[in-house]
Design a protein around this ligand. Structure first.
Ligand code: C2O
Ligand code: CU
Ligand code: CU
Length: 496
């Protein structure tokens, strides 16, 4: 019973309680099943303005042939794809038809964190509406961004319910001739866990500690969908890990992946990869090239060990371990490769060329300020467990870090987790560059907003704070960790 008490402490600190999950997902019904959820629609900006209605609700959907009660935006899974251009104004008339509070976050976008913009402190109660309004800066990088709910305490549950969609900024990268010639596919990766009646399975305590994962792996809401590589042989895949906790270690069965962009837009040059690891929240764009002969390429998710459970498995939880007998409670370390999608190719006599030069990534100046952030699960004697930065759990009324606008800082992210659990670190509003890992310089300069910090690792990132003042957040993108306190408040201030 010790564990129970600890868990209640976590709940009081703002965690989602497991019972909310099932009640919010609707009643099972016995009439023949008809999916009420469709594939995502595309909303593009027109004459400098992107405007749409967006409604969050829960509805039944067919998931790999099974009935599932999921959350969705506008009844679509994944959510509608939004496309805008630098300089555009965005207006989203949002309505919350869930039975719990929510809001919207525009992950990776460099837009203002204040007012009715990318403000994670807003709360939209059930039944209420709010219009989000912001402008995409004229010099915003083109890339693959996304949106999802961000109400502290409900984020993991709502994203696991299916609430996630792409927010594409079109621009420079799309104009490179070789890339323009490629066929474009968007792959949103989501995992789901259903109980016998098609409701999202409520995670047990251990699953919440590790971050909830499901055994149904989907791409664009489908199990193993097929995508054609066009006759020119060049396919551009824009990948988003929209799972709350699952990592994807992607491979095309040893066929090369040509990386062209990361979270925050284009790389300077194409980089050939055999595998690609996407932590929760991360995006990547790759080109895939078909050989001459007809062939099928399977997009696989390879097993990946994200640490954790060592200490806990060693009996740290005392009596509480008695509650953790079932296999669902064990780390969902998948042992076999799983097929996510299949790329089919009919072959061709000639294939389109790969681009060599992409878009130069600027060199940031050496900063004057270096800050250290310790990432860890924290045990307070008699108080149970939480997830923290520098030993502190999230408090919306405190400011953890103050910076000045128009300065550059290095942040040293040190994973001191005693359980050696991976933590993907994410910062809102201002993208950064990874400088080094454990002192080793990062090989390719790239813009990121989420970076994996493995157990025991130290990752140095360089962040320019530009354009926007106000309060925002950084957090672990294992969303259960974020809901359990692994989030800090950043205040970006005017120069004094
Ligand atoms: Cu994708 Cu603050 O999150
Ligand atoms: Cu974000
Ligand atoms: Cu974490």
């Amino acid at each position: 019973k010790i564990y129970r008490r600890q868990f209640l402490f976590l709940s009081a600190a703002g965690a989602v309680t497991a019972s909310v999950a099932s009640s919010a997902l609707g009643q099972s019904n016995r009439t023949p099943f008809k999916s009420q959820v469709s594939l995502p629609k595309l909303h593009t900006s027109n004459h400098g303005s992107l405007e749409l209605d967006l409604e969050a609700s829960s509805r039944p959907v067919s998931l790999g042939g099974k009935r599932a009660y999921l959350f969705s935006y506008n009844g679509q899974l994944p959510a509608p794809r939004l496309e805008a251009r630098p300089g555009d104004t965005v207006r989203i008339h949002f309505t919350n038809n869930l039975t719990q509070p929510t809001n919207l976050h525009y992950h990776g976008l460099h837009v203002t964190p204040t007012g009715n913009a990318d403000n994670p402190f807003l709360e939209i109660p059930p039944g209420e509406s709010l219009t989000y309004k912001f402008t995409i800066p004229k010099n915003h990088r083109s890339g693959t961004y996304w949106y999802h709910p961000h109400h502290h305490g409900y984020v993991a549950e709502q994203v696991f319910g299916g609430l996630a969609g792409l927010f594409i900024i079109r621009g420079e990268l799309d104009e490179i001739p070789e890339i323009k010639a490629a066929k474009e596919e968007f792959l949103v990766l989501q995992d789901f866990a259903l109980d016998g009646s098609g409701r999202i399975q409520s995670p047990n305590h251990m699953a919440i500690m590790m971050g909830r994962e499901g055994q149904i792996l989907t791409v664009n809401g489908q199990v193993n969908p097929k995508y054609g590589i066009p006759s020119g042989g060049l396919l551009r895949l824009r990948l988003l890990n929209a799972s709350p906790s699952r990592f994807y270690r992607l491979s095309l069965e040893n066929h090369p992946l040509y990386l062209i962009a990361t979270d925050g837009g284009a790389l300077g040059n194409l980089v050939e990869r055999e595998e690609l690891l996407l932590a929760p929240g991360e995006r990547a764009e790759v080109l895939v090239r078909g050989e001459r002969e007809p062939k099928q390429y399977r997009l696989l998710n390879l097993p990946y060990d994200r640490g954790g459970m060592g200490m806990m498995g060693g009996g740290m939880m005392g009596d509480g371990m008695g509650m953790m007998g079932s296999s669902q409670m064990m780390r969902s370390s998948q042992t076999n490769p799983q097929v996510l999608a299949t790329l089919t190719y009919r072959g061709s006599v000639s294939t389109l060329p790969l681009p060599q030069k992409l878009i130069p990534v600027e060199t940031l100046p050496e900063p004057r300020t270096v800050r250290r952030f310790e990432l860890s699960m924290a045990m307070a004697p008699g108080m149970g467990m939480s997830f923290t930065f520098n030993g502190k759990a999230f408090d919306p009324n405190k400011i953890n870090t103050q910076v000045q606008v128009n300065t550059v800082e290095d942040w040293e992210l040190v994973n001191v987790d005693p359980d050696r659990m991976d933590h993907p670190f994410h910062l809102h509003v201002n993208p950064f560059q990874v400088i080094s890992r454990n002192g080793k310089p990062e090989p390719d300069r790239a813009w990121k907003d989420t970076v994996l910090v493995r157990g025991g690792e130290t990752v140095r990132i360089r962040v320019p704070f530009r354009d926007f003042l106000g309060k925002t957040v950084y957090h672990c993108h294992i969303l259960d960790h974020e809901d359990l306190g692994m989030m800090g408040v950043l205040d970006i201030q005017a120069p004094t």
